[in-house]
Design a protein around this ligand. Structure first.
Ligand code: FES
Length: 177
């Protein structure tokens, strides 16, 4: 939703949703809603958190912008630069690595022609490597938006990529709607 230096503004439905999230916490502890609000902000901003969007989130939660920057830059699930329509996060922590994550990353690189941290020229896919996605028992694992794909093989990756290309997969969805 945010373009260039335009100040972002959520619609009424999103603002009501954020108000409900804030109400989950005790009075004066609205900062506790920061993680879910950042998920919403990212989904509303084509999958990434621009400085303007983080400032807007700070104003909604009545906290300092630096408090938002610190959290957003700590977690790999938040993107601080523009991404493609479909963000593929490949777990590269020990258990997934032992079960072939290295091959999965290499296969995505070869199929998409990009390295982790990059986006395809057509803007469709961004590839990322991340730490444990908490599904080690079904390693190797990837996350795409709110979906997990487990026990991956290169054949499964091919099937998923063909499907996502055909449907122009979009991974940025508000997880609370
Ligand atoms: S190591 Fe990959 S999900 Fe835990």
């Amino acid at each position: 939703m945010q373009e260039n230096n335009k100040v972002p503004e959520f619609n009424r439905e999103t603002l009501d949703l954020i108000a409900q999230l804030i109400k989950r916490y005790p009075e004066g502890r609205q900062k506790s809603a920061l993680l879910p609000v950042l998920h919403i902000a990212q989904a509303e901003n084509k999958g990434w958190l621009s400085p303007g969007m983080m400032d807007y989130v700070a104003s909604l939660l009545q906290i300092e912008p630096i408090e938002v920057y610190e959290v957003a830059s700590f977690y790999s699930m938040y993107n601080l630069k523009p991404v493609g329509n479909c963000v593929i996060e490949v777990c590269q922590t020990g258990p997934c690595w032992l079960k072939g994550a290295e091959n999965i990353v290499a296969h995505f690189e070869s199929r998409l022609g990009i390295k982790p941290g990059e986006t395809t020229a057509d803007g469709q896919f961004t590839l990322k490597t991340v730490e444990c996605l908490a599904a080690c028992g079904t390693a190797p694992v990837i996350q795409v938006g709110t979906e997990y794909h487990e026990n991956l093989t290169t054949e499964k990756v091919d099937q998923l990529l063909d499907q996502w290309k055909a449907e122009n997969k979009m991974s940025h969805k508000n997880p609370y709607l």
